[in-house]
Design a protein around this ligand. Structure first.
Ligand code: TRP
Length: 478
């Protein structure tokens, strides 16, 4: 076989920048607050954090290990590491997931562009929370502008992906991400110092466990009832759907479960330590999600808003915060520009999964692969965008097309993707290969490795499996 010259990242900082850029995006700033807001705040946050640690980190590490070991795309990696077995289907699942995710992600990414323009035009100035709500509804329920922005965003994404890995992906991430983090921190400070902000902090940091466990105390306390009915009662009243949503959000936010990090992993140099890289990326991503909650909820509650505002939540609340800040006009422009960049560093990682696959498996050129991938995703994306307007009443399982794609992506594709990835690493790739890969670029303490292997082999698959069974078979689709 010919040795292919693979484009790669320049060492540890490069991959950290690119993978953090992939992880930090609309998932943190837009999706986390809106899903947490609809599902109980603190209890959701706690579950989310547990899943980051227990499942997110092991899966992310597994993806890097698989990608670097195979030096191939999401699909090719499985075929290379497990030839003649059906494991390649995980890679295929990931490529389908990339289509699903990018189709609705590009809708929201398009909104960020509209909001840059609105910020420049001073559209938010003097508007009440209510008026900002109407402003968002008015814009998203249209057709022309949301579609135009979505298409422009996809063109931007394709342009960066065509430019290639090192020049394209790495360059944009290194400088702008730190600036973005500083701006978010400033917004957090403004948000928590608004009168009435403590309600929001309470919502985010005081878990209300009755959102997860809905058992009846008095039922469990009755002596005449046997142990088995009690255990049965306890488990049957767990709110599995919230648990699944938290797991889905953890996977979505970390960019795991569909091979994006397998693809990036294939570009990582052999002397880059994967363990510390993973921990840095996951920590940065989680920090931004929490900060995003601190930025949104206190301001939201201070302004009399409700946390279950749905997909428009941050696009209504952020402009409201800017108005309370000195220099808010300029700040708003800068913030939405950086949010758009954060979204772009995520969209390129999603498109790259499709492009790397088309390029390496079907032997297309990078340009062709990108045009085909981006073009077909945009076509599906049109339906997501229009489901806020003309197709509002068209629902499947009670969800609009946008909501369905959003739900399927995180809670079905990524959840099962994550499950199969840990199963593959733990049971097929095996301990020796895993150890060999994880120890490159610096030896990891054997105890840490044993713990990781144990989690990857048993804990993570059982946890994901239990949540999936609970949510899909016990609680049904909600
Ligand atoms: N993690 C990104 C965000 O939070 C979205 C994203 C980029 C993603 N690449 C991914 C999600 C791959 C799942 C899989 O905005």
């Amino acid at each position: 076989m010919a040795i292919k010259q693979r484009d790669g990242f320049s060492g540890k900082l490069g991959i950290i920048a690119a993978a953090t850029g992939s992880a930090i995006g609309l998932g943190n700033i837009w999706r986390f607050p809106y899903v947490a807001g609809e599902n109980g705040g603190g209890a959701f946050l706690l579950l989310y954090l547990i899943f980051i640690l227990l499942i997110g980190i092991p899966v992310m590490m597994s993806e890097f290990v698989i990608g670097r070991r195979a030096e191939s795309n999401a699909f090719g990696s499985f075929r290379k590491l497990a030839p003649g077995t059906p494991w390649w289907m995980i890679g295929m699942l990931g490529i389908v997931a990339a289509f699903v995710i990018l189709s609705f992600y590009s809708t929201v990414a398009g909104w960020t562009l509209e909001y840059i323009v609105q910020a420049i035009n001073g559209t938010f100035t003097g508007k009440t929370h209510e008026q900002l709500n109407n402003n968002f509804a008015e814009f998203t329920s249209g057709s022309f502008r949301p579609l135009l922005w979505q298409i422009i965003f996809m063109i931007l994404t394709a342009a960066v992906v065509i430019a290639g890995v090192k020049k394209g992906i790495e360059k944009y991430t290194k400088v702008l991400m730190p600036v973005f983090i500083i701006m978010i921190i400033l917004m957090c400070i403004r948000s928590v110092s608004l009168p009435g902000a403590s309600e929001g902090l309470k919502f985010l940091f005081h878990p209300d466990f009755s959102k997860i466990f809905m058992y009846d105390q008095s039922f469990l306390a009755q002596d005449t009832i046997g142990l088995f009915p009690k255990i049965n009662h306890f488990f049957s009243t767990i709110n599995y759907s919230i648990i699944l949503l938290a797991l889905g959000q953890a996977a979505f936010s970390l960019s795991i479960g569909m091979g994006a990090l397998i693809t990036y992993g294939s570009y990582i140099r052999k002397d880059t330590p994967l363990f510390s890289t993973t921990v840095s990326i996951a920590s940065a991503d989680t920090l931004i999600a929490i900060l995003s909650g601190v930025m949104i909820f206190p301001a939201l509650m201070a302004l009399g808003g409700k946390p279950d505002g749905g997909a428009g939540l941050v696009f209504v609340t952020l402009p409201a915060i800017f108005q309370q800040m000195p220099g808010g006009y300029v700040f708003a422009i800068a913030f939405f520009v950086l949010l758009a960049v954060a979204a772009l560093t995520s969209t390129i990682s999603i498109l790259e999964v499709v492009v790397a696959y088309l390029k390496e498996e079907l032997n297309l050129s990078r340009v062709y692969a990108t045009l085909i991938g981006a073009g077909s995703i945009t076509i599906i994306g049109v339906f997501c965008t229009l489901s806020f307007g003309p197709f509002k009443d068209f629902t499947i399982f009670g969800k609009t097309f946008f909501d369905l794609m959003d739900y399927l992506a995180a809670n079905v594709f990524l959840t099962f993707g994550a499950l199969f990835i840990v199963l593959f690493t733990g049971w097929k790739l095996g301990k020796a290969n895993f150890m060999d890969e994880i120890n490159k670029g610096g030896k990891i303490h054997p105890t840490i490795i044993s713990v990781l292997i144990f989690i990857i082999k048993y804990i993570a698959p059982i946890a994901v499996g239990a949540v999936a069974i609970g949510a899909f078979f016990i609680k049904g689709l909600t």
